[in-house]
Design a protein around this ligand. Structure first.
Ligand code: GLY
Ligand code: MN
Ligand code: MN
Length: 441
């Protein structure tokens, strides 16, 4: 069975007999005047369909008695005039045949068909609080108008997303293969940016190298706004201007990853624009690398997700003491620094997040059903980023040699039955690897 059909079958198996699920894709969005943003499907919808056309809705009906489960697609009709202007449309029959739905209808028929399906359905599953709310009102009114024939509307509405979030958190073989390819393209893009960098280049010139590598390998777009930050700009966590000129002696922090076939990659590398780390840069870089290494060692199935961050914080906090960023007289020992979170002055974000169709992917981080909601254990087939960093803004008591240095190292990691594998291993990372690559310029 194709993965999309298999995912639909798994979702349907979680629904009570005869229950109906409704899931629209994302709308097209105008950018300005007659121009639209590059269309991006809804991640949940695509996860269950593989269908990338706008104006589409998936309806699932769970098996009941002798009635088998049913997957129905509503989509745009074929339209020669529109296809001349905008390109190919599958049309309902073409989509049904190509994507393996049990039935397909024109999107214009959605309200009428759903109202029929909802008659006597025990429950309606959809994204509670989404734009579907308004349509549900109409559909229920339609079913109530049929009351004289003896039909009843669904007795309950259930949020569809928690079920899908949990499914999406565990990547199947097809997803893992796509994510490895996405991360590999992005790794090559980071290597290309390093090779191209020279003191005096503008951040956008370096960004262009990344974009070139993404597109020439078939990635559709960046998975999020690329950060290319020279020098002090690296201390702005969500820097996005990418328009400053680099100077000899700057570090360049690049946080950029492509989206390939609906899946994100998310990689950060930090390197000297002139190809050689200065001594203070190298000290901080080795510290962040050691923190990442400790965090990676905590990625073992069964260990809690939160342990990854805790491992990174331990190493970073100790390094902040050793390098004099924090001092013992003012901040106490390592235990105090961790307990009081004094490290937040230089490390103010988490060490990662789930990664998948969305760069900050869906899925709970805690076991919300358990007492006290503890951090959930890592399990095979989860994918997460590991991204410790250090950001030193000028401040009294902070050694000046570290001022305005911002460093982050971010990799994409798949949890395996015995540990983990790095999806972004092709991006140069150690001081020696980076300096060697940049000498080959
Ligand atoms: N680029 C977004 C993040 O690293 O989480
Ligand atoms: Mn990132
Ligand atoms: Mn990230």
């Amino acid at each position: 069975m194709h993965s999309y059909a298999a995912r639909r079958a798994r979702l349907l198996a979680h629904m009570p007999p005869g229950a109906v699920a409704v899931l629209p894709t994302a709308p097209e969005v105008t950018r300005n005047s007659d121009s639209e943003y590059l269309y991006r499907h809804d991640s949940y919808f695509y996860y269950l369909t593989g269908f990338a056309e706008p104006e589409s809705v998936l309806v699932l009906v769970a098996a009941r008695g002798s009635e088998p489960a049913c997957s129905i697609l509503f989509c745009r009709q074929k339209n020669l005039e529109r296809e001349i202007w905008d390109g190919f449309r599958h049309g309902p029959e073409g989509a049904r045949a190509a994507f393996g739905f049990d039935a397909a209808h024109a999107i214009e028929d959605l309200d009428g068909e759903i109202s029929k399906l909802l008659a006597d359905a025990p429950a309606l599953y959809y994204a509670l609080g989404s734009a579907v709310d308004a349509q549900v009102k109409l559909w229920l009114a339609n079913v109530r108008r049929m009351a004289r024939t003896g039909v009843t509307p669904p007795a309950s509405a259930v949020d569809l997303l928690p079920l899908l979030d949990e499914m999406r958190l565990f990547k199947d073989a097809d997803e893992q293969a796509t994510m490895l390819r996405a991360a590999t393209i992005s790794s090559q893009a980071h290597a290309r940016a390093m090779r191209a960098s020279r003191p005096g280049m503008y951040e956008y010139e370096i960004e262009a190298e990344l974009l070139y590598e993404f597109r020439r390998n078939g990635a559709q777009a960046p998975a999020y706004n690329s950060i290319v930050a020279a020098g002090a700009n690296a201390c702005v966590l969500h820097y996005s201007a990418n328009n400053a000129q680099s100077r000899d002696g700057d570090l360049i922090l690049i946080d950029a990853g492509c989206e390939l076939d609906g899946y994100a990659s998310d990689i950060t590398r930090t390197y000297p624009v002139n190809g050689r780390f200065s001594a203070p840069q190298k000290r901080l870089y080795e510290l962040v690398l050691a923190a990442q290494s400790a965090a990676l060692q905590a990625i073992i199935p069964g260990l809690p997700y939160a342990g990854v961050h805790e491992a990174a914080v331990q190493v970073l906090a100790q390094g902040m003491l050793d390098l004099g960023l924090l001092n013992q007289d003012a901040h106490g020992g390592i235990a105090d620094i961790v307990a009081n979170k004094s490290y937040l002055q230089f490390y103010m974000h988490g060490t990662g997040h789930w990664l998948g169709m969305d760069v900050h992917d869906v899925g709970q981080y805690r076991d919300t059903a358990a007492e006290g909601k503890p951090s959930r254990p890592l399990r095979a087939d989860m994918v997460l980023t590991v991204e410790p960093g250090i950001y030193v803004r000028p401040a009294e008591g902070v050694p000046e040699e570290y001022w305005n240095i911002g460093i982050r190292i971010e990799d994409d990691v798949l949890v395996t039955p015995n540990g983990h594998t790095m999806l972004s291993a092709a991006a140069p990372k150690t001081v020696a690897e980076i300096e060697q690559l940049m000498q080959q310029q």
